[in-house]
Design a protein around this ligand. Structure first.
Ligand code: PNS
Length: 160
């Protein structure tokens, strides 16, 4: 069975990687779909976010990383994916994910599996990582090595 792990991944964190690795344990093939959350203004371009997710998942043979535009259910249809896997860190995440899962199930025949984030990553979010990087703090415990390098080199992270 194939599953999709969708997200905005701005940038990809070790929490995201943990969810992808656990999805690999549950499904034969996993597609990481890098998309746009209409409620968020991304720091990194779609191409950069795809590149960082690819670099972070390169050790996982069962994983491919693809850009996604438009609706997630259309991406699922186009790639023959019947299951969405998402991580949830705390109560608010579950509420948001539940609404999206129900909407996606209403739009198309897709199921959503919500994996509880492991406690060691439950406080890690892309937005906090961006904040730490902007203030030139150490993000290395929270993001894969490729993302650490990119954040260090990124001028736009340090521009405000
Ligand atoms: O990492 P995020 O911000 O939780 O990812 C959200 C994302 C990109 C998975 C979600 O916004 C999404 O699925 N966007 C594609 C457009 C879509 O299908 N919207 C309706 C979702 S019910």
């Amino acid at each position: 069975m194939k599953a999709v792990v969708p997200g905005s991944f701005d940038p990809f964190t070790r929490g995201h990687l943990d969810i992808v690795e656990r999805a690999v344990g549950l499904f034969d093939q996993v597609v990481v779909a890098v998309g746009r959350n209409a409620a968020k203004d991304p720091l990194f371009s779609l191409e950069e976010r795809v590149e960082l997710a690819r670099a972070s998942c390169q050790h996982l043979d069962a994983v491919t990383v693809e850009p996604m535009s438009g609706l997630l259910v259309d991406f699922c249809r186009a790639h023959d994916l019947g299951t969405i896997v998402k991580g949830a860190r705390q109560g608010l995440d579950f509420e948001v994910e539940l609404g999206m899962a129900q909407m996606n199930a209403s739009l198309a025949a897709v199921e959503t599996v919500i994996l509880p984030t492991r406690p060691n990553w439950s406080f890690v979010s892309s937005s906090l990582v961006r904040q730490i990087a902007r203030a030139q703090g150490d993000v290395s415990p929270y993001v894969p090595a490729a993302v650490v390098d990119r954040l260090r080199r990124s001028r736009h992270v340090h521009s405000d």
